[in-house]
Write a new protein. Structure first.
Lengths: 291, 379, 379, 291
């Protein structure tokens, strides 16, 4: 097993005919992901190297039985595309698009919650990779191998860094989940921790957090109450000054809220080992895995 | 984007929230004539995007033209926690019966806007939360349903506002929410808003942060950006569409991906170094973006060495190497560079760099090693 | 409240929907000068709140001033299914590439607005539904979420509109929904809206019904009420806040509660009578309301007898009796009344009536008996 | 048993200090209904003949453990009051107010549906009476007696007429439910038929419909599929002309839609006996009850 994407994933890509969309769609297919359709309004009837393109998600789902959507459209259209995918019955929506207005995101979350059903990963995330099974998004699969470490992260390259170091130590991953760097992501650490806890293939979990909000504190509490598997954490941003957005819209220390120190302390207080560098994280994981 | 107080008040006024009459002035003469037009007593308020300016002498009451001149003279050009005051806001002083607090923020965990109302206005809300949490009423608003009249009543009664202004405070909160949604704000904080002796509500301050991602829908608001008070490097970076934050140290840092750059800063600090900036060259950074980034980093005169930490995913290390070589041709940097390239096309990138044999550029195999090296170079 | 075509179009235009340029005229001279100002060809359209006026000669195209004069002369004052034409709307004739249909209604069962889109415009939608149901695309809009861009695409693709106008039609539907919500309409129907040869969307008709209950929030719209074309009795009743509908028969009917009055009309008809009106005196009707109601009923010269059917719940029968006695004192009706009083305070009411011994007033014990009696009295 | 209101009903009245509100509140209490609190903003701390008044529903529910609300406030404030009651955890909301804007109603329904939980009767309805148990609303209880006939109706006085005729024939009611005369009521015939079908005390059901919409047609289909108890119907408005609103906002024949004849035919087609006058309805019920 693995979480979110696997051999059962039947992917429909929104924005499949765009430059980025088509590039990563073909990349994902080349990895082995079942890419069954795409959506671009006005391009219905065309295809991308054999992947049929539809005008609407409803048509795409009806024709291709897609269960997962990847959203690659520009920020001004992304909220609409997510809602359309959910309305068409898609169960898992992975939104790569960066820069979606926050109020659009809030409306999307409220609607998904009430419609019940669709799980949203992202937006502003690198996607989900389950090594050896499926890759949906922009995670460079070459750095990861199959294994039993689940990784969930607010940052893309930081994840690659950690995954790469694990691979160098001979450790692989069940799934790598990028939840994205926006202030209010569609899925939180807690949502993904729950999945990893229930996934028999995952034996150890790495969470890579950063400054801003209290998602890591919430994760710490959830781990204490519900996660029996070992968890190793990394927090980026110890040197970030208050009031400054550090690249990710969500990475900001507000007053005394959201500091890396507080997050690391909360995790450690609940028994999570926190590495101070990506290398230290890889070392801790190796140490635990060896037991 | 953080607005200045007077810009925030103009936004509130657009949605029907009463604010004191006022004028902005960038010179002492303008300030005095604004004060003369408004009448006395009036407040002379430093316009800087930082809290606590009152305690630091940034807000003064003027009883006549002479005082207005003196206060404007003292405040214009003063430094408030590193920010220079370029403008003052002159407004009619308000008679105050009660001072309250209200704000709207995004609650990340609840995925919904959170409204806070307190009868302890004019004080930092974190202090109120610590001292008298029962003086703060709060509720989440469902973004699809919106702020309802009963939300206003509930907050007003729970916070314990004066009984005769429950309805007025509720309407004020509704207007605040309307502002928050219509302008796509990330934060709207009014501390204090007051009840006048005539029992009217009035916003005496406004702290508004707008969503940069939504600015394309609000071209009027985009023009509010206060370029004059921005740091010159940050302005330069913004013009080049680079994500750059100026810091206090002397080691320039460039990486790809926000998390990796934050992590790099931390590792540099762990090795005893002081980063001069955060610079995320972005996913898929091309050679010209790297060249532009080097220019921005080196325009900060404090920079004594530069660390490149690239883990290529979409970003290709050979592109980064090309950008660096181009930058050296154009700028001929005087400071040393430490470059760590890993991930996609790392061997090609390293080969290109070796072939170019740039002066004062050192390769490093890992992030740790790179950080250690760059710190050494600044010693 | 049903709007006239031109009023509906003004409402649509307020929300950014393109409509042809036009002017309203109440006289032939005004119609001709409107046509001269607009240019030829132009359409001369009867403004009555009823469908199918085109087939009945209520819409004509004028190629010059002479034709405009002739058409306006023919249409103004004409009778269309019982309604007199008081105004014509003169508008620039539109070049048409395609004729489509769109509407927004309340779907009672789904408790949500229903959007309909069809590529068979200019035809009654019930006919299209019967003949070619596949030519109609429909969807419900969640009132909290609102109309989303993808709704527009889905409808446009499903209805099969021309590929090059999918986006324009979607935006048109979004504007229609915005009109529906902002103006608090019960119905917005545009049949047809057209695609011009320049591939632009334009609304050529508009049928809009506004929610009377929401009119207090739309004072501008309240003034659109077309009093001149209203029936004089219905206008009189409205001024007295009575719920009255004029019918074709000769038996005036008054009752309390809409369901009971409808039922009374039915029972009268079952006994071979023809009701002259529906009049609901309302729950808790007081004596003065009853008096006013009698005046309204009797102002219709066709009325030969009146039936009072009261089942007192909140309404007290003694109050009704008092109102009737008062009405007789003031008006001295020439036609007979049959009065059935039951429920709250019925004995008191009957006693009052007996004591007053009004001329030509007959008591009945049951609704059936009352209906039978009043029908007899009109024979 | 009975439906919607009974001895367990703990009523909180919104608009309790108004003229109509206070009158009917005391009437309902005099009948035996447990009236535990009221809400009028600004009047918190006062009482109506011993019934405590609160500023908000939250306070009222916390203090009095109310489970049912009756809404008596003017139309401009009624939607807000219904939402407030639901938000405070009230399970059953009976809205008497007539003239609530239709778009307000739609928003309320959508919100109640997603919040899951509260049942709304009305608006623009006379309320619910369960003879001998509780009366919530303005139904004059004197005309009804305890018994086994469930009545659900779009019209108030028509219901009194039918109930009165039944009482004269010695028949009583389990519950009388006025669903109201607005085009889109909070609860439909189908909702109430379902309750009556499940109520052991109800042996026979009367539905009193009228022109407009297709609630009676939906009821007919529901009865055919799900109701085993005998149903007698009445439809008002055979003589109503098309395009005219007959008193109730929802009572309008639109084109060929919503006629009384079509409704009666639909009901009869599904085996429901339809009386042509209220008296005939009472006769039919008496006949069936005697079997």
């Amino acid at each position: 097993m693995s979480v979110i994407v696997d051999k059962q994933t039947r992917l429909c890509v929104s924005g499949i005919t765009g430059r980025e969309g088509s590039f990563h769609t073909l990349n994902n297919r080349a990895y082995g992901t079942q890419v069954v359709s795409g959506v671009t309004p006005g391009k219905g009837g065309l295809d991308l190297e054999g992947i049929p393109v539809f005008n609407t998600f409803r048509e795409a789902v009806a024709a291709s039985d897609a269960n997962t959507a990847m959203v690659f459209v520009p920020p001004a259209f992304a909220a609409d595309s997510i809602l359309e995918a959910a309305d068409a019955g898609i169960e898992t929506i992975i939104a790569i698009t960066e820069g979606i207005p926050a109020h659009d995101e809030l409306r999307v979350y409220a609607q998904l919650r009430r419609a019940g059903g669709a799980r949203l990963i992202g937006p502003n995330c690198p996607g989900v990779l389950s090594p050896g099974k499926a890759n949906v998004g922009i995670i460079p699969a070459a750095f990861f191998r199959e294994g039993n470490v689940g990784v969930v992260s607010r940052s893309g390259t930081l994840t690659y860094q950690v995954g790469h170091e694990l691979a160098q130590r001979g450790l692989g991953n069940s799934s790598i989940v990028g939840i994205g760097g926006d202030p209010v992501p569609g899925s939180s650490f807690v949502d993904i921790l729950e999945l990893f806890q229930d996934d028999p293939e995952t034996e150890l979990i790495v969470i890579a957090g950063e400054i801003g909000g209290r998602a890591e504190e919430d994760a710490a509490e959830f781990i204490a109450g519900h996660v029996t598997k070992p968890v190793v954490a990394y927090i980026a941003g110890f040197t970030a000054p208050p009031g400054k957005t550090m690249g990710h819209a969500g990475a900001i220390v507000s007053g005394s809220q959201g500091t890396a120190a507080a997050k690391a302390a909360a995790l450690e207080a609940h028994g999570v080992r926190v590495g101070r560098t990506p290398t230290e994280v890889a070392d801790l994981v190796t140490e635990i895995a060896a037991k | 984007m953080d607005l200045l107080e007077y810009q925030g008040k103009q936004l509130l006024a657009r949605h029907g929230i009463p604010v004191p009459e006022g004028k902005v002035a960038a010179s002492v003469e303008d300030a005095v004539s604004a004060a003369e037009a408004i009448g006395y007593p009036c407040a002379v308020k430093a316009q800087v995007q930082i809290g606590g300016r009152g305690k630091l002498g940034g807000i003064k009451i003027a009883a006549n033209a002479e005082e207005a001149r003196a206060h404007a003279g003292a405040i214009l050009g003063m430094d408030i926690r590193g920010l220079t005051v370029h403008e003052v806001w002159i407004e009619a002083a308000s008679a105050i019966a009660s001072e309250y607090y209200a704000s709207l923020v995004f609650d990340r965990a609840a995925k919904a806007p959170l409204v806070l109302l307190s009868t302890r206005g004019g004080i930092d809300i974190e202090q109120v939360a610590a001292e008298t949490p029962e003086a703060i009423a709060s509720l989440h608003v469902d973004p699809l349903l919106g702020f309802q009249p009963y939300h206003g009543r509930r907050l007003a009664y729970e916070a314990g506002v004066d009984a005769d202004v429950v309805r007025a405070v509720g309407e004020f909160l509704a207007a605040l929410y309307a502002t928050f949604v219509a302008e796509e704000a990330m934060l709207v904080e009014v501390n204090p808003f007051v009840i006048t002796p005539e029992r009217e509500v009035r916003a005496l301050d406004a702290k508004v942060t707008l969503d940069d991602n939504a600015m394309y829908r609000h071209p009027d608001n985009a023009s509010l950006r206060d370029l004059s008070s921005e740091d010159p490097q940050e302005r330069m970076a913004k013009e080049r569409h680079l994500t750059y934050v100026k810091l206090d140290g002397d080691i320039g840092v460039l990486g790809n991906g926000a998390g990796l750059v934050m992590s790099t800063l931390d590792v540099v600090a762990q090795h005893g170094g002081a980063p001069a900036n955060f610079l995320d060259a972005g996913g898929g950074a091309r050679a010209d973006a790297v060249t532009a980034a080097v220019e921005v980093i080196l325009s900060n005169p404090k920079v004594k060495a530069v660390l490149f930490n690239i883990f290529g995913g979409i970003t290709r290390c050979d592109e980064v190497a090309r950008g660096l070589i181009e930058a050296f041709e154009q700028i001929k940097p005087a400071v040393p560079f430490v470059v760590r390239l890993d991930g996609t096309n790392a061997p090609e990138g390293r080969t290109l760099l070796e072939a170019a044999s740039l002066p004062n550029v050192y390769a490093a195999a890992t992030m740790d090693e790179a950080a250690e090296r760059v710190v050494e170079l600044t010693r």
